[in-house]
Design a protein around this ligand. Sequence first.
Ligand SMILES: Nc1ncnc2c1ncn2[C@@H]1O[C@H](COP(=O)(O)OP(=O)(O)OP(=O)(O)O)[C@@H](O)[C@H]1O
Ligand SMILES: C=C(C)CCOP(=O)(O)O
Length: 334
Amino acid sequence: MDPESGVEPELLTVVKLGGAAITHKHAFETLNQEVLQACARLLAALHRQLSCSTEDGGSGAPARLVVVHGAGSFGHHTASQAGVAHGGIAASPAVRRGFADTRASVTRLNHLVVSALLAAGVPAAGLSPCGAWTTRQRRVASDGYAAVAGLLAAGLVPVLHGDAVLDEELGCTILSGDLIVGRLCERFRPPVVAFLTNVDGIFDRPPEQEGAQLIARLEVDGTTDAADSSGSSSGSSSICGQSSSSPASLPRLAAYAADGSRVSSLQTAAAAHDTTGGVATKIREAAAVACLGAEVRIASAGEPSAAAACSPAPLPAGWVGTLVKCSRSIGGCT
Ligand SMILES: Nc1ncnc2c1ncn2[C@@H]1O[C@H](COP(=O)(O)OP(=O)(O)OP(=O)(O)O)[C@@H](O)[C@H]1O
Ligand SMILES: C=C(C)CCOP(=O)(O)O
């Protein structure tokens, strides 16, 4: 039991709803209603399941679920146009206005996500990072742990989101929901973490490319070969301590297809307006979280695999997605 939050870590699940899944990423501020509703139903069932697993059947017990969502078409366009991720808020009225517009955009989306969850029966409480969460050179400097723990203890499901935040050196930046997941996992140590997005998982190359192959298992092991990340340097950096780093490189990984064969390379791409590094950031955070001892599952939000990805139960045979595991769980990064 964590004395601060009153939450049993082994019962907690963290779910990231990818902006690419719950919005139409290339259509400005457009929700993907169908996928959002499906996620809301899934999370309602998960919340009931996690609550019922407590001794008193959930009445008066802390909530066991934290939801974080990305921005998709609600934030990246605005942030990208004003260059918010690069900082300079003190000197530039344009960045300042872009920061404010980005926050207005992502909080609009947060309202829509929270509304969908409430309608599905989840006691969801929106919680914006800006303010409590700050960065230093884009790495998380301070987090809003106390607020998240307080909501959980009150039986509420916190719903955080990628946000524009103040950076101690740059002035401001964009904090990805994926990095928020990474920091929450350092704090809460959940056994299962799910990243739901708009594709089946991590592929050996951008999934729209011909011949793209789904990676069934990504193993994080400091002794394996480096994977490549197009548009960035090759990932030979160590994994621990990377969870809040800039989106420059991938950690060392070994990738396997569903038939167990080794996948030799891993290339990623991100949309030009993506201000947080796209899927490469997700891979890095997933690896860091796996390194903390969690089982990380990446799956498509709109597909049946999403429910299994979020459940604390072992994955069923035939599950479609990417499982990220650490072969040398170290129980914490210093
Ligand atoms: N090797 C790859 N494997 C999987 N997806 C990839 C790869 N390369 C590029 N992509 C793209 O990355 C996207 C998913 O990453 P992205 O960060 O945009 O997702 P998200 O978390 O759902 O969105 P957001 O960051 O807005 O929350 C997919 O739309 C996919 O086309
Ligand atoms: C304000 C923005 C653009 C937040 C970005 O969060 P992400 O979509 O999770 O990377």
